[in-house]
Design a protein around this ligand. Structure first.
Ligand SMILES: [Zn+2]
Length: 95
């Protein structure tokens, strides 16, 4: 009985060794508008906005660009405004 329990413990230890995860370092994404106060979201400024849309003209999601909630909302509003006055494309280049 005692032997069996020992065996089980050893087996678990071995499993734990394999299960130990490699250290994954991921870079913390920082909202560009929070980091740089000189960068202002303005619907009349397509130069800034174009950095946050894909080639096809879609708005890049915040989980990819790292933009914070507050700025993503103002950004998407600005992009949509810029689209209506034809500063930004609704659909970018389509092959
Ligand atoms: Zn922000």
């Amino acid at each position: 009985m005692a032997m069996q329990r020992n065996n089980n413990n050893n087996r678990n230890k071995d499993k734990d060794k394999f299960r130990r995860r490699k250290k994954v370092y991921h870079r913390r994404k920082v909202c560009r508008f929070c980091a740089d106060s000189s960068l202002v979201i303005d619907y009349k400024d397509p130069k800034v906005l174009s950095g946050f849309v894909t080639e096809r003209g879609k708005i890049i999601p915040s989980r990819i660009s790292g933009t914070c909630n507050k700025h993503q909302r103002t950004l998407s509003l600005a992009i949509k405004r810029a689209r209506t006055i034809a500063l930004m494309p609704y659909v970018g280049r389509v092959d």
